[in-house]
Design a protein around this ligand. Structure first.
Ligand code: MLT
Length: 253
């Protein structure tokens, strides 16, 4: 009997959109049904945006999406803010999850300084616009090596950030500030878990991912050399190979 293809739900980071996952949508469709939605207010999503969108709000939207599509179980893959959302989803609906991939993310809450930074970002999005935020963000999310090797990637990520709606960006930023500490749930995670990071991730340095792996039973850590915060676009072939192996293992369970 051939294994049934799992559904892979890809959850993008901040302040990005579904096109972050283009390489995965194209590269993984032979091993999974790949779903890569725009989160509320991002990309082509035209939902009305509240002042604050929490990680739980985003997770609920994704659950509704799966319900409408009749999808019972998924492998969740969240990058950075997408990882915060994946953990929220798993906490609320563990029965719907058959595998977890956490890329360039963490489980702890913001401290006071980080929360103040979120308010700053929300204000800047409204008052100064997304071009400025794009210029400030690209050097933080792509490693120096990636920027040197692939100037086109810089252009792509910069354009992706610049086209996001300030209202959605502000609401998600304030929502991240409100997210609870989810480190307590990590030892209770029962699904196969893969943690991915880049050796040069300036926003989530290696100890952050090591802490995740150390707390989740049986989790595996993969470090992509030379990649920064956006591992899936900085090292797409290696990222896809990791996901393929993981998805095939989940499918054969
Ligand atoms: C992201 O890439 O989603 C953000 O860096 C997450 C964050 O700001 O905490």
């Amino acid at each position: 009997m051939p294994n049934k293809k799992p559904t892979l739900l890809l959850i993008h980071g901040f302040p990005l959109d579904r096109t972050l996952w283009d390489e995965q949508v194209h590269g993984l469709s032979d091993v999974a049904h790949v779903v890569a939605p725009d989160l509320c207010g991002f990309g082509n999503d035209t939902s009305t945006v509240r002042d604050v969108i929490t990680m739980d709000d985003f997770a609920k939207d994704l659950k509704v999406l799966l319900d409408i599509a009749g999808v019972k179980k998924v492998v969740l893959c969240g990058l950075s803010m997408g990882g915060y959302i994946a953990l929220a989803f798993l906490q609320h609906w563990p029965d719907r999850v058959q595998g977890l991939i956490l890329a360039n993310t963490k489980a702890n809450a913001d401290d006071a300084k980080a929360r103040a930074g979120r308010e700053h970002t929300a204000r800047d999005a409204h008052e100064k616009g997304m071009e400025l935020l794009a210029r400030a963000t690209v050097p933080k999310v792509l490693s120096a090596a990636s920027r040197k090797r692939d100037p086109q990637l810089q252009v792509r990520i910069s354009a992706m950030i610049a086209r996001q709606h300030p209202a959605a960006v502000a609401a998600a930023s304030l929502g991240m500030a409100q997210r609870p500490d989810r480190t307590g749930m990590l030892p209770t995670i029962e699904v196969p878990t893969l943690v991915i990071t880049g050796s040069d991730d300036a926003l989530m340095p290696l100890p952050t991912s090591q802490a995740l792996v150390g707390s989740i039973p049986g989790a595996r850590l993969a470090i992509l050399p030379g990649a920064g915060h956006l591992t899936n676009v900085e090292a797409p072939a290696a990222f896809n190979t990791l996901l393929k192996e993981f998805l095939l293992a989940v499918a054969s369970h």
